[in-house]
Design a protein around this ligand. Structure first.
Ligand code: F6P
Length: 544
């Protein structure tokens, strides 16, 4: 058994944070605010139009100083430079990690294996733009000569969640005579419901898969092709109704898609970091190449902010450090992401993959087991829906749940006073979570004696408030890149590889083994544990 990793826990800043935690863990946010009337303005950072108020966190200036020291001692700056340079920091797969190259402007140079990758990125963007323009204008015709009306993206994980999240977020900017659907689950219901009211002669399928070997995506792609050909009757129709986004030209060809209709990317783009590559083709069709480019420019601006801003003013670094404070010192297990913008309805699901697939690790970069907590559980729903569902537990439950509240100063849909109502809830929640309501305050409301404890709010629940001016392609790009770098900083401090995902493999292998065993004609004895054997037998009996 390898010895336990001490890389992090031996650091002076880590040890100092441990003792500091003992000193301040019981200090209430009420006290922190009373003792510093300017705290709410002072503990904030603003960059690129994003305002981060982190004053409602259980930190003092000393906490922040020590957290910044932790980032410095963990080599965050150096590792970021290694990433931007194209070093193979994904050591288990021997790959560079260069999603930042996807938004590098023309003229920048990032060299991987002796080749500048930036011109290739722009070549693909141009090819995507040309294709999008043809779809959007109606110039691209389906097999029977009709224009395309519906785009169905088939992908899973990063090849689904990214485009789903971003299409939802930027729907306001989308071309409204086109309809977009996303199919991911291998459950046949997903594809069946997605196509049941569609006309294949007006439908374009985008098969989005980095590897082009993912079971769910390939199964759905084959079913989509069968559905299409059943009605269009000629295999030549595939060329007009199927395009692929992948790094695997060979498998794309095997599927029957001409590589002329394939949009490529590269092994140095991780699936969960890929929605700004060709994986975002459906998004580009929806919002148009210009808006897509604005989103990329927003991401690049955040990349530069992350690289160059001092840690004390660096949005991703601050978010990462505050997350570590609760995760590793307060023992918080989860983080709630609570966007107060309906367009960001799938943001929490997207960040779930980004964060949990990246930092759900329990050995360090040297393969040693670690004895401290790594990635938290990420979850959430858009406000105000969550308020009427799970906020009770955040306010009065027994768990500490740090929350990111994300809102926009201006709405894209100014209807009546909806936005004021939405944002008054947004501001009220972080206030209530931080300051609570004391028993004395409850008593003053003249409630019955027995209700007093039930109606008391302890408060002291930490929150970040992240304010955008308005949801635009540019601000969405900044927001997403901010979270990407947050995850990077945390992974660096935890000394783990945030860029592989071996943990998803075992289930895939077992599922492959089980598939033939589900057939009633399978005659060999089942070799699983008694629970799995019994469940398989039950399934077989039901389907006989
Ligand atoms: O199984 C996990 C995973 O590899 C994710 O990391 C990825 O986003 C998803 O599967 C889909 O992979 P692909 O784009 O290769 O189909």
């Amino acid at each position: 058994m390898a010895t336990v990793s001490t890389q992090l826990t031996n650091q002076p800043a880590w040890q100092a944070l441990r003792s500091h935690y003992e000193e301040i863990c019981d200090v209430h946010l009420r006290t922190l605010f009373t003792s510093d009337p300017k705290r709410g303005e002072r503990l904030a950072a603003e960059a690129l139009g994003i305002y981060l108020d982190f004053s409602k966190n259980r930190v003092t200036d000393e906490t922040l100083r020590l957290l910044v020291a932790l980032a410095e001692q963990s080599g965050v700056r150096e590792r970021a430079e290694a990433m931007f340079r194209g070093d193979r920091i994904n050591i288990t797969e021997q790959r560079a990690v260069l999603h930042v190259a996807l938004r590098a402007p023309k003229g920048k140079s990032i060299v991987v294996d002796g080749k500048d990758v930036v011109p290739e990125v722009h070549e693909v963007l141009e090819k995507m733009a040309g294709f999008c323009d043809r779809i959007r204008s109606g110039e691209w015709k389906g097999f029977t000569g009709k224009r395309i009306r519906t785009i169905v993206n088939i992908g899973i994980g990063g090849s689904d969640l990214g485009p789903v999240m971003a299409y939802g977020a930027l729907r306001h900017y989308s071309q409204r005579d086109l309809m977009f659907r996303y199919v991911s689950n291998v459950d046949g219901t997903d594809i069946a419901e997605a196509v049941q009211d569609l006309d294949p002669s007006e439908t374009l399928f985008i098969i989005a898969s980095k590897t082009f070997t993912t079971q769910e995506t390939l199964t759905n792609a084959h079913s989509a092709r069968d559905w299409c050909l059943k009605l269009l009757k000629d295999p030549a129709a595939v060329a007009k109704h199927f395009v692929a986004v992948s790094t695997n030209a060979e498998e794309v060809t095997k599927f029957g898609i001409d590589t002329a209709n394939m949009f490529g990317f590269w092994d140095w783009v991780g699936g969960r970091y890929s929605y700004d590559s060709a994986i975002g083709l459906s998004l580009m069709i929806a919002i148009g190449p210009q808006n897509f480019r604005e989103m990329l420019a927003g991401m690049h601006a955040m990349d530069e902010h992350f690289r160059t801003a001092s840690f004390a003013q660096n949005l991703p670094v601050l978010l990462a450090l505050l997350g570590i404070w609760y995760n590793n010192f307060f023992g918080a297990e989860t983080v709630a992401v609570l966007p107060y913008d309906q367009y960001l309805g799938r943001l929490s699901a997207y960040l779930q993959q980004l964060d949990m697939e990246s930092n759900g690790k329990s050995v360090d970069l040297d393969g040693k087991p670690i004895d401290y907590q790594t990635g938290p559980i990420i979850w959430g729903e858009p406000g105000t829906n969550g308020q009427h569902a799970f906020y009770q537990l955040i306010h009065q439950g027994t768990k500490l749940i740090p929350c990111d509240f994300i809102g926009c100063l201006k709405t894209l849909n100014p209807i009546g006073n909806h936005h004021d109502l939405l944002m008054s809830n947004f501001f009220a929640q972080t206030e209530a979570l931080a300051f609570g309501k004391t028993a004395e305050e409850v008593k003053a409301d003249k409630v019955s004696e027995m209700q007093i404890s039930h109606r008391t709010f302890q408060g002291n629940h930490p929150t970040n408030t992240i304010l955008l001016d308005k949801l635009t392609p540019d601000s969405l790009g900044k927001l997403i890149a901010m979270y990407e770098h947050k995850v990077f900083v945390q992974g660096t401090i935890w000394h783990i590889n945030s860029f592989d995902q071996w943990g998803v493999e075992l289930g895939k292998v077992l599922a492959k083994q089980i598939t033939p065993e589900l057939s009633p004609s399978y005659s060999k004895p089942l070799q699983h544990d008694s629970s799995t054997n019994a469940l398989i037998q039950r399934y077989r009996a039901a389907n006989n």
